[in-house]
Design a protein around this ligand. Structure first.
Ligand code: SF4
Length: 93
């Protein structure tokens, strides 16, 4: 289910006008192209927060599943340190 908040930030995403298949492809070339698109995305931080707490597949915020899994402990520490500001950022429309 897509929430209103998610729908809002995803409209601003750099991937909105690109083929979504390259974001879920196993091809290294497709993944590289997806990562390149993410690098210039204006909502990368919001996407990363979303991908850290939702069961998504493929490249999100420039990371595939394995990279997100490896990054998750650092992300949780950062969110914990940031406290309420992090919650506010993640629920911002
Ligand atoms: S960071 Fe990448 S996957 Fe996330 S919204 Fe932006 S372009 Fe799409």
């Amino acid at each position: 289910m897509t929430t209103e908040t998610e729908a809002h930030w995803r409209q601003q995403s750099a991937c909105a006008d690109h083929n979504p298949m390259q974001f879920i492809s196993d091809s290294p070339a497709d993944k590289a192209r997806a990562r390149l698109i993410c690098r210039g995305c204006p909502v990368l931080e919001k996407c990363r927060d979303w991908a850290m707490v939702n069961p998504v597949v493929g490249v999100w915020a420039g990371m595939d599943e394995a990279e997100r899994e490896a990054y998750r402990p650092r992300w949780f520490k950062a969110v914990e340190a940031e406290g309420l500001a992090a919650l506010s950022r993640m629920t911002q429309v």
